[in-house]
Design a protein around this ligand. Sequence first.
Ligand code: UDX
Length: 455
Amino acid sequence: MKVCVIGTGYVGLVTGVCLAECGHHVICIDNNEEKVKLMKSGQSPIYEPGLSELMQKSAQAGNLEFSSDLEAGVAHGDILFIAVGTPALPTGDSDTRYVEAVARGIGAHLREGYKVIVNKSTVPIGSGDWVRMIVLDGIAERKKEEGSSNEAIKAEFDVVSNPEFLREGSAVFDTFNPDRIVLGSNSEKAIALMQELYTPIVERKVGTDASLPPVPVVVTDLSSAEMIKYAANAFLATKISFINEVANICDKVGADVTQVAKGIGLDSRIGNKFLQAGIGWGGSCFPKDVSALIHTADDYNYEAELLKAAVSVNKRQRLMAVEKLQQELKILKGKTVGLLGLTFKPDTDDMRDAPALNLIEQLSRLGAKLKAYDPIISQSGMRHGLSDVIVESDVEMLADGCDALVLVTDWQQFLKLDYAKMAKKMAHPVMIDGRNFLDPKPLEAAGFRYVGIGR
Ligand code: UDX
């Protein structure tokens, strides 16, 4: 099938590349010329395991192209994905101006024939109908400009909401191995085309284990599909805030949250995933989506108390490492703290809404000297929000002279560090394990005082 993906951020690029791998002919559109140039040369603008390889493979096979020409993209695709960002506004609402611009642009370039316009961006509930209206506006504006009569342009289209659930760092895997595919539309014709598009993924023909059962497809109306995305993220964020709250109580009573999580997670009604206590959730989705859902509820005069509590537990949790440092070192002014990891989670270069940023702000305010090592940030030039931090290029140099280390991100390589060597280089070998990631026993044997979150 012919596909056009507009917007090459995490979601758009991964979707475009994976649909090309399915055998579809995909054009990815972005208005950033530099980025288009980079992608044309076979390089991915984001760090995502497996993405560059697939990108190059499909580009060579001729079914993946990059362009900044929206008109050509719209003409090419029978299915047009809108995958531009919807960042959070200071009010907590989503900023939908990029979606609006793209929808208007699509309208301006629609010619004869039927198109499916797919909302892949996480948009406020009700946006499906709003996108339809904007596309119609775009068509009307062009008609006016060209002086065409209504009959001259027979553009026909339907809008589908197709939210994504991919995680950064395993986005390619998640695209080929989804737990479900959600398709929301009031048009049977559009749903049928979307089902055809996803057949290679549903039938496990590409990028996965062919013996697995088919992927369930959930067909809903537009608003329910939009709500599914918010409800899923809000549930997961609340689940993490829940276990973090339990961890804090564990700390008080002397219980171990890792054992508690195992004990409750084996209850199939609860499930064992997303019960890793730590210094809280961050990233580009959870904070934005939870606050957008709270705001939607507000718009209808409903106070989403549980969601607000999940957010405030998370806010407090992000500074839990500071509290633990104060317990261990007392006065932090003049003390040197080394951060192991900076990104909001491992296997990504993403620092958006990362707990590390709150930690850095608070520790700097308290007068601590800060050093950090992150497997990706240390090598990249990315230093936004890190002006108060010495970013070391070598993990052992990080330990040098530190009064304490805080494990901020659970990168796999942190399991294999030479902690005995690092302890020797430190003024006080204290490890605050902000992700309950390390095994306390070997760490204590290496000379560290180990402090976890709720364990
Ligand atoms: C999330 C959703 O998982 C995904 O379905 C959606 O499409 C986008 O948002 P992502 O933001 O990439 O994906 O990260 P995820 O792996 O879900 O982690 C989010 C945050 O929660 C991270 O900061 C992580 O460290 C934290 N987390 C996760 C915990 O603190 N404990 C856990 O048990 C799991």
